[in-house]
Design a protein around this ligand. Structure first.
Ligand code: HEC
Length: 145
């Protein structure tokens, strides 16, 4: 049996294998059309709503304690840390307590490949309540409920 040039001859099955060629194509499509992956670039586009007083207070605390990793507007940073404006962190999957735990105990790498998050001892429980209000406000404005 003879196969076209781009296909390999699978002698056992007596069929031409198109799967290999298909895989190659999709990999090159990913490389050329994928999102920008330079370290430090935001990972998602975030629409910023008008913030309540509590949310603005949370924004300041977030910028001082979290944005160095999670990025401005919690949009994440390639090579550093994930966006918190992300469906993974919607309230039903990561409730407010998971933010308290993250700040007080740190987070072991599990959803991403950025390594562990260290504990953030500078923020109080009350600070984290305000940070969560800010992050939830950003999430809602971006369709994450
Ligand atoms: C030194 C970098 C760094 C800083 C600073 C940081 N984080 Fe993180 N954070 C991470 C990384 C990395 C992850 C992802 C871990 C994973 O799931 O792989 C993460 C995950 C999280 C999660 C998800 C927790 C879970 O249960 O999966 C929350 C919530 C979070 N961070 C909140 C915060 C808040 C709030 C602050 C500021 C008080 C903060 N982070 C500061 C790096 C950081």
């Amino acid at each position: 049996m003879t196969c076209p040039e781009s296909e390999t001859n699978d002698h056992e099955m007596g069929q031409c294998d198109r799967i290999g060629a298909g895989r190659l194509l999709s990999v090159s499509a990913l490389l050329s059309d994928g999102p920008p992956t330079e370290a430090g670039k935001p990972m998602v586009a975030v629409t910023v709503p008008s913030l309540s007083i509590q949310e603005s207070h949370g924004e300041t605390l977030f910028n001082d304690n979290c944005a160095s990793c999670h990025g401005v507007n919690a949009a994440g940073q390639y090579g550093v840390a994930p966006p918190l404006v992300h469906v993974i962190y919607e309230p039903n999957h990561h409730g407010d307590m998971s933010f308290q735990m993250a700040a007080s105990r740190g987070v072991r790498q599990h959803h991403w490949q950025f390594g562990n998050m260290p504990p953030i001892p500078n923020v109080s429980e009350n600070d984290v309540i305000n940070i969560v209000a800010y992050v939830r406000g950003l999430q809602r404005a971006n369709g994450i409920h």
